[in-house]
Design a protein around this ligand. Structure first.
Ligand code: M6R
Length: 369
């Protein structure tokens, strides 16, 4: 039940810290990671994998995009991310050393199920990341790592997104331990940061009311853009999907570097643009580039809503609104940055008087192709 919340979506966003904590529970201990669920694949097989393909749809595709940054960095195994409904129609290259990882909250999405069956039939190994115990996709896979987000009722996926990214990160760490690509200390450092995440998420949730006000002012907006870069890019796509899905507003997410290759032509006075700003401490120094993107679109009249690290002084002069998030490393930050975007979509849809839990034309789980 909704437990005092106005919608399941609002309740489920509030449960994100718990979804992360429960997904970590029992899997990280003494600064290391072990997923006993992967024993059915076995360490030898995990060592022989030479390619990972992550398949999913909608939000579950963006979690794969997000995890690619981490898994490749930690394991040096090439990762491809593909929409499950595209995958099996292009004669994909699969070998016993290909691991096809499916992501699905429901575990019943037909497009993803068919991709998994195809992968198995064509000799690949399969791992399912799923939030629903005993669902069809995990039953059709060689191994399953369950997310423990609890039942997600609202059509718009929120807590399942963060739990799914965590499960994929844990898989990446497990693989890195087995393959020896990260040192003990490196694993321990990441584990410490993962364990600190629920509390950081709780501080972002405290900003719900101020984001609600923002959404209230923007109820007549017809189009919203979302920009991100590197690990912030999938979050930009997710922010746009949420807004389309429940607020019926045209929204698009872009990689910030792509702006000058076309999308900047969309910028007109007054258009709201959410920007997921990398940390000024980002080792890739992308912060500077994103700030200069902000300057370029601001000069053309965009209204900038920046999601930036607390104390990031460089964005202040150019942003109309700054939504601060706690300090976190590059790969963890997106899990904090996504929350304000989810809240924004929820509150904008509510301000428009829409049923946020049951948007038009959509079903919670899409069991037809
Ligand atoms: O149950 P699944 O994770 O397989 O669902 C996949 C998509 O249908 C789902 O994520 C959809 O995009 C959500 N409604 C997004 O909020």
């Amino acid at each position: 039940e909704k437990g005092g919340w106005s919608s399941f979506m609002a309740k489920e966003i509030s449960e994100e810290p718990e979804a992360v904590a429960k997904t970590l529970l029992g899997r990280v201990a003494d600064g290391s990671v072990h997923l006993s669920e992967l024993d059915s694949i076995g360490d030898d097989a995990l060592r022989s994998i030479d390619r990972i393909v992550i398949v999913g749809a909608g939000t579950a595709n963006f979690t794969g995009m997000q995890a690619k940054y981490a898994i490749e960095k930690w394991t040096r195994v090439p990762v491809e991310v593909e929409l499950s409904h595209e995958f099996r129609y292009r004669d994909p290259i699969l070998t016993p050393n290909t691991l096809v990882v499916s992501t699905s909250q429901s575990g019943e999405t037909m497009d993803t199920l068919m991709a998994v069956k195809y992968a198995r039939e064509n000799g690949a190994r399969t791992l399912s990341i799923c939030n629903t115990q005993g669902a069809t996709i995990p039953r059709e896979s060689d191994a399953v790592v369950y997310t423990h987000a609890g039942p997600e009722v609202a059509v718009a996926s929120t807590k399942a997104f963060v739990a799914q990214v965590i499960a994929l990160y844990l898989f990446g760490l497990h693989l890195a331990v087995v393959r020896g690509t990260l040192s003990k200390d490196e694993v321990a450092e990441i584990v410490t940061e993962l364990n600190a995440l629920p509390d950081k998420m709780a501080t972002v949730l405290e900003q719900h009311d101020s984001i609600k006000q923002l959404a209230g002012w923007m109820a007549d907006t017809r189009s919203v853009l979302f920009l991100g870069r590197h690990a912030g890019y999938p979050v930009a796509l997710e922010g746009a999907l949420k807004l389309k899905e429940i607020a019926y507003i045209h929204a698009e997410g872009f990689a910030a570097g792509e702006l000058k290759h076309g999308p900047i032509a969309l910028i007109e006075p007054g258009i709201p643009v959410f920007v997921v700003v990398p940390s000024p401490r980002d080792p890739n120094s992308l912060h500077k580039k994103v700030v200069s993107n902000i300057q370029e679109i601001r000069a053309r009249g965009a209204r900038i809503l920046a999601i930036a690290e607390q104390g990031d002084a460089a964005v202040l002069p150019y942003a109309d609104v700054v939504i601060p998030i706690p300090l976190a490393s590059t790969l963890i930050e997106p899990l904090l940055a996504v929350i304000p975007l989810q809240i924004f979509a929820l509150e904008l849809a509510s301000a428009k008087g829409l049923d946020v839990d049951q948007p038009r034309n959509l079903a919670k789980s899409v069991t037809v192709e």
